[in-house]
Design a binder for this molecule. Structure first.
Ligand code: EPZ
Length: 424
């Protein structure tokens, strides 16, 4: 097991490049199932979840070749239809292969993704939509099986905007007979990119990026050829690193239009953010103001930025109320932040953060992807040394975040964590 060791107090200065978006790359890779041929995807980030998705595709019989940030997939020999438990348990997004497999091959057997640290993560909306499209869905032995000779268009109204639910059913419907309407669909930029990529493959989709998608099914699609959009959550994480680090940082590749809610809240807190010479410049004055946030589906404040924003508010002037309205258990990072001296009280789905003058470095445990980023950010500014354990969480969704922060002047490195002492 590895840990990340940070000595706090270094100012961050310089330029850093955003990698491709994890949450765009995963559905794009899986969309290759929809068409027989040679697919090419560029700007794919080097992440554990990407490696898992490539393994999943190979398990289905595809041939996958990765060279730097380019991934080539041949689906000519794709012949299996099962996503096994040992892969799905490490990456819930594997459920995304349900829709494409049923649409293209008439059958799929996918291990039910369990919950995770941040919540139960049900997939009822995915299954409801597949049944509406005419698939016979059954659950047995921890697997969901879906079969359909031919999917038929239908109107599907989501109970709530689900990102991978929208993506799964978008991919299922592009090969269904007739028209499908997805109401109350998710509008994240990653969903928009998937719709655009599917259209480039020959799909007929209207309303991409809005909450109503109208799809006319087609008989077959051509291969994928696209480049993954920049990771807005990594960009937002780097913006907060710059704000916490009190330096002056240029983030190359960040798209402010993908982060309007976060940028609005950072500016309200006093962070200076400006687009100039093809980059986003971020700097912040000595002390920031406390501001309230509530996470919402896009274009609201992203739940994937909640943990990082909380780290920033720990040192703000005043009290910030942070409401987590998407997931039922996404305050695990507060445990580590409190160990570092943060004043955080939890009240159901809200965390009340009273700003303090300083944080002190401590050994802390990462519990999930964005919680680990939050603890790293706090370590940048804490007095003394912070050790973030279980950094495999971080590597699922960030491409060498520690190296990027080091390039900006942070005193941060990885080292092997001693195995936990077992008391007999
Ligand atoms: C996607 O997860 C992202 N993952 C998550 O990013 C992100 O936090 C989340 O969307 C919300 O933006 C990927 O894109 C791979 P949802 P997803 O379905 O699709 C409930 C990260 O850190 N729901 O939009 O699984 C669900 O419980 C990860 O990069 C149902 O009730 O999230 C939640 O409360 C974490 N039934 C809400 O909807 C369903 O069938 C939104 O979840 C599906 C979802």
């Amino acid at each position: 097991m590895q840990k990340i060791v940070i000595r706090g107090g270094c100012k961050l200065d310089g330029e850093v490049e955003v990698s491709g978006a994890k949450n765009a790359a995963l559905p794009l890779l899986i969309a290759s199932i929809l068409a027989r041929g040679e697919h090419e995807i560029g700007n794919v980030p080097d992440l554990v979840d990407v490696a898992t998705t490539c393994k999943l595709l190979e398990g289905l019989g595809a041939e996958v070749e990765r060279s730097r940030s380019r991934v080539r997939i041949s689906t000519r020999a794709l012949s299996r239809h099962e996503a096994p438990y040992d892969l799905v348990k490490t990456m819930r997004a594997s459920v995304l292969c349900l829709g494409p497999l049923v649409a293209r091959y008439g059958r799929a057997r996918v291990s039910l993704p369990g919950g995770c640290a941040i919540g139960a993560r049900p997939v009822d909306q995915h299954l409801m939509g597949l049944e509406k499209l005419g698939a016979r869905v059954s659950l047995a032995h921890g697997y969901v099986e879906a079969r359909a000779r031919q999917l038929r268009g239908a109107t599907i109204v989501f109970d709530l905007p689900t990102v991978t639910g929208t993506e799964n059913l978008l991919m299922a419907s592009v090969l269904a007979k007739g028209e499908t309407v997805l109401e109350n669909a998710a509008r994240e930029p990653e969903v928009l990119q998937l719709a655009e990529a599917l259209c480039a493959m020959g799909a007929r989709i209207e309303g991409a990026g809005t909450k109503t998608l109208r799809i006319q099914g087609v008989d077959e699609l051509g291969p994928l050829d696209c480049s993954v959009i920049p990771d807005r959550i990594e960009a937002g994480t780097l913006m907060i690193a710059a704000a916490i680090g009190k330096g002056r940082v240029c983030i190359r590749g960040a798209v402010l239009g993908h982060l309007t809610a976060l940028v609005g809240k950072l500016r309200e807190a006093g962070v200076e953010i400006a687009e100039r010479d093809g980059g986003v410049w971020v700097r912040s004055p000595q002390r920031l103001r406390a501001v309230d946030v509530a996470t919402q589906p896009h274009p609201g404040f992203p739940t994937d930025m909640q943990a990082q924003f909380m780290a920033l508010m720990c040192l703000a002037d005043g009290t910030s109320v942070i409401a987590e309205r998407i997931f039922e258990n996404r305050f695990m990072h507060a445990l580590g932040l409190r160990r570092m001296g943060a004043q955080i009280k939890q009240d159901g789905g809200r965390a009340i953060v009273r700003g303090v003058d300083k944080l002190s470095g401590a050994p802390v445990m990462a519990t999930d992807l964005r919680a680990s980023a939050s603890l790293v950010l706090a370590g940048l500014v804490a007095e003394g040394t912070t050790e973030v354990h279980r950094v495999y969480h971080l590597d699922r969704g960030y491409q060498r975040l520690d190296a990027k922060l080091r390039s900006l002047g942070a005193d941060i490195h990885r080292s092997r964590a001693r195995p936990p002492v077992t008391v007999r």
